[in-house]
Design a protein around this ligand. Structure first.
Ligand code: NAD
Length: 473
């Protein structure tokens, strides 16, 4: 890398990459240029990391909550001190723009979620108390947690898995997506400047490493975020090691716009609920049901934004939308739009690649007059495309929203009281009203149905990475 121009992230990249040609060349999602070579760890490396984590975990647990929290705050300070470098790595590797709810937001979120895990206190709960007996519920460490993550928010989702696990006294071995190892290697490098050796390790291998980590007898818990299909494989793996699981799987979030909704006031939030991270977000709005009376207004407002919000390379300060992260995802998105077009849906704007920006760019696309049976509606598109489906009756819209195997998030747009009653009937882990996809480190997040089980964030998230233990005196 000696001839490469000096970049903002050069020093951090030097710390995490291996010499050219000795690892996996990781491309910039926008330009295709190699950012650096990620190490290719093997199953043997995984064994070493799990053995070291098992050894280090006892000492880590013995430090106690206050000391672990102090060290986690130091890790958050380190991330903040290097936030710009981390953001540039994310922007290049994953593709999300630096600005908006993009790479700088992701880097900042890493520090914020670590601090929240460090500061949330879990007290023993008194379950029963009588004159001569008292039962308390304590939360003990589990041991080694395996954290397996996706490529769409690689560093932030890594933190969601790592920070609560460490806080509760576990050691963590992380297996990043093979598409985005650099963002996770950078995150772990920064955190490890303050953590005892062995407590947090990253093993950047291929699928064989993923399969082994999930079934490893030394792993007590698997935190998995990724697709529903892989989630099912993780469940099968856990039959052997009986690892506890938190499964944050795919989403195909519906949104329902009610009659009477103030479209002009809501349009921008609706747009970003759909297109955050260029649509590559688990809990982004992916199917929009709009009442007949406001249908044209919603389609027009979304199309106007789609035509004006700038798309470009993640490292371009002007960009607010970026490329698809991978060639595979680009092919999925193009295929779904082509299929919708062939079924007679109306492409209001977009509907084609943007090769002048780069090979993995697809224009922001609004698809109208589409039926529920189209693959673009039934499958998770994970890209800058939204199907807008017309409805006449709210009960019918609720039924169609629920007619999905996924149940991660959902949203209802319009009068708040009416929206609350609709929200109560939607099958999902979260229902947002007049917003979509907003997350808060103190508010639990998780799915139902094929979107998985278990909760992350806040006190619920900490308890999910601990073993409930009753002490009766
Ligand atoms: P993926 O399932 O392809 O991969 C996720 C991770 O699992 C990767 O690290 C991969 O290497 C690893 N893996 C693959 N096979 C494995 C196996 N047999 N055993 C163990 N690990 C294995 O998912 P992806 O394409 O990286 O991510 C996109 C998906 O993730 C979308 O469906 C999205 O909705 C979902 N997602 C969900 C959430 C959530 O919180 N619910 C958040 C982000 C993404």
């Amino acid at each position: 890398m000696t001839d490469a121009p000096v970049t903002v992230e050069a020093a951090l990249l030097d710390a995490i990459t291996v010499p050219d040609g000795t690892g996996k060349a990781i491309p910039d999602a926008a330009s295709g240029e190699t950012i650096g070579d990620a190490p290719i760890h093997t199953v043997d490396d995984l064994e070493t990391a799990i053995a070291a984590a098992t050894e280090a975990q006892r000492g880590w647990a013995a430090l106690g909550h206050a000391e672990r929290s102090r060290l986690l705050h130091l890790a958050a300070d380190e991330i903040e001190a290097h936030a710009e470098e981390l953001a540039h790595i994310i922007a290049r590797e994953q593709g999300k723009p630096l600005n908006g709810a993009g790479a700088r937001f992701e880097a900042g979120g890493c520090a914020a979620w670590i601090r929240n895990a460090a500061d949330t206190v879990i007290e023993p709960e008194v379950l029963f108390e009588a004159e001569d007996t008292r039962s308390e519920l304590h939360y003990a460490p589990l041991g080694v947690v395996a954290a397996i993550g996706p490529w769409n928010w690689p560093a932030l989702i890594g933190v969601w898995q790592i920070a609560p696990s460490l806080r509760m006294g576990n050691a963590v071995v992380v297996k990043p997506s093979s598409f985005t190892p650099l963002s996770v290697l950078a995150l772990v490098e920064l955190m490890n400047r303050h953590l005892p050796v062995g407590v947090l390790a990253v093993v950047a291998g291929n699928r064989d490493v993923g399969a082994r980590i999930a079934s490893h007898p030394g792993v007590a818990k698997v935190m998995f975020t990724g697709s529903t299909d892989t989630g099912r494989e993780i469940v099968r793996s856990s039959a052997d090691n009986l690892a506890r699981l938190t499964l944050e799987l795919g989403g195909n979030d519906p949104g329902i716009v009610l009659p009477g909704a103030d479209v002009a006031a809501l349009a921008e939030r609706l747009f970003w609920g759909i297109f955050i991270n260029t649509g590559q977000t688990c809990a982004a709005l992916k199917r929009l049901y709009v009442h007949d009376s406001v249908y044209d207004d919603v389609v027009d407002a979304l199309a106007a934004l789609a035509n004006s919000v700038p798309m470009g390379p993640g490292t371009d300060e002007a960009s607010l939308l970026g490329p698809l992260s991978t060639p595979q995802q680009f092919a999925i998105v193009s295929g779904l739009v082509d299929d919708a077009r062939a079924r007679g849906a109306r492409i209001v704007t977009g509907g084609q690649p943007a090769p002048e920006l780069g090979a993995q760019f697809y224009r922001t696309t609004i698809v109208a007059d589409i039926d529920d049976g189209a693959a673009l509606v039934t499958e998770e598109q994970f890209g800058p495309v939204i199907p807008v489906i017309r409805y006449a009756d709210v009960d019918d819209a609720v039924a169609r929203a629920n007619a999905s195997e996924q149940g991660l998030g959902a949203s209802v747009w319009g009068d708040v009281d009416t929206a609350r009653s609709v929200a109560a009937r939607i099958e999902s882990g979260t229902v947002w009203i007049n917003q979509h996809g907003t997350l808060n480190p103190t508010v639990p997040f998780g799915g139902v149905k094929a979107s998985g089980y278990g909760l992350e964030f806040g006190a619920h998230g900490l308890k999910a990475v601990a073993a409930p233990k009753v002490i009766t005196v």
